[in-house]
Design a protein around this ligand. Sequence first.
Ligand code: SAM
Length: 183
Amino acid sequence: GYRSRAAYKLLEINQKERLLRPGMRVLDLGAAPGGWSQVAAQAIGRSGTVIAVDLLPITPLPGVTVLQGDFTDAALLAQLHTQLAGQAVDVVLSDLAPTFSGVVAVDQPRSIYLGELAAELAVTVLKPNGGLVLKAFHGTGLDDLLRTLRQQFVRVTTRKPPASRAQSKEIYLVARQLRPLPA
Ligand code: SAM
């Protein structure tokens, strides 16, 4: 079984997108309790590796290296770069979400900002042609986030997997084929 209901969202996205392949290196941001990491570890098999990052602890999973901390924190980023050892990753997954206050004017900018920061990190660690699955939320800032991704990646689509509740503003952005970084 999976540790989270969220696992089914990534399963459904990956069934359509065929993003995760055997042997890949994957970075999973906002990974606790570990459902997406489980799905990724299964899809990439024993020759692949998942690095999972979260503020919260994650019970160990086979094939998954856990880094506990804030992904925007310099100390955590240093640990991440040590772990990567100069090798870029094939796919970045981000199911990051802030702690919701219930006030849209507070929650919307916070969630979009988290997505922007995740996308910024993704482009620095991804291989050229790498891919990104990013949780985002309908509302102010989504169009700008999509526009930024379209400048950085060749193909960007949005997906609302059946496992994501219809009432939820949550949506997943799938960005593929990172363009080579400008010199
Ligand atoms: N995909 C996960 C799964 O399938 O088990 C569920 C992820 S949950 C929706 C979002 C996670 O983002 C939370 O566990 C939260 O702690 C984490 N998060 C939020 N802000 C973070 C940050 N700045 N650094 C690291 N993790 C963060």
